[in-house]
Design a protein around this ligand. Sequence first.
Ligand SMILES: NC(=O)c1ccc[n+]([C@@H]2O[C@H](COP(=O)([O-])OP(=O)(O)OC[C@H]3O[C@@H](n4cnc5c(N)ncnc54)[C@H](OP(=O)(O)O)[C@@H]3O)[C@@H](O)[C@H]2O)c1
Length: 249
Amino acid sequence: MPPPQGSWNRVEGPGDYPFTNEVHNDTYAAIDPTKADHVGHSGFNSGASKGLGRALALSLAKSSASEIAVGARSELTEVVAAIRQAANEAGRPEPKVLAVKLDVRDQASVEAATEKIAADFGKLDVVINSAEIIEPVTSIVDSSPDVWWSVWEVNVRGSYLISRSCIPLLLKGKLDTLIMISSVGAHVIIPGLSAYQPGKLAITRFMEFAAAEYKDQGLVPFSVHSGNVLSDIISEDTSYFQVRRKTRS
Ligand SMILES: NC(=O)c1ccc[n+]([C@@H]2O[C@H](COP(=O)([O-])OP(=O)(O)OC[C@H]3O[C@@H](n4cnc5c(N)ncnc54)[C@H](OP(=O)(O)O)[C@@H]3O)[C@@H](O)[C@H]2O)c1
């Protein structure tokens, strides 16, 4: 378990403890993918080249999903091999895996990727959008307008474009599950993150619109706080981590 609330902990964020009485730091039985049965289901994970997106794509394989598409701007050969290996090691059938080159900021790129998925899978059951970036921690006046806006381009416009292109495919599937990896950052204010945190709030609100517009057709949209994980966006090299260490020490 993480240390008590209020003590310095490089992983847990300031908003985690007030939201739950129980903080996990590993997979636990209720969410163990090897106990899930997703035979016949198709998943798509954007932002799957590393971090949470990559881990979630591997979890889809461990949960026996039959078709898994992964997207990112980077080369995905290693991720495709890791997905197959994860299925094999979990004793699950090897899924059909599709890697799509994808920039979530770009309408044409998102549409081309989802058209490829539609051609190969015909439908989707689960979409997880984890393609995101975070800005260097900087006050509003000192921030670069281009960097500030680039966070909204990836995180907010990207979430919108992925939803816009994937909802029709989800409505053809069985689970109709659209997941945006948001953040506890939607609900807390860390000075210097004026692009990332309001953007996460926008995504959370946007999922409420997805629910309002498509719930009658079965869509189940989620905006999820992933918990804090030592991925690249929260690593010791980021200004986010350095600012947190300074403010807590
Ligand atoms: N780590 C945490 O503690 C934490 C806490 C709360 C919420 N989250 C959320 O969890 C999600 C995943 O974050 P992470 O920690 O796994 O970050 P990460 O390791 O930096 O991974 C981000 C992923 O997004 C992709 N990406 C970035 N820009 C993209 C673009 N324009 N088009 C397509 N893909 C793009 C990256 O791939 P390429 O660079 O190859 O394109 C990469 O695969 C984010 O929504 C983040 O806000 C994380």
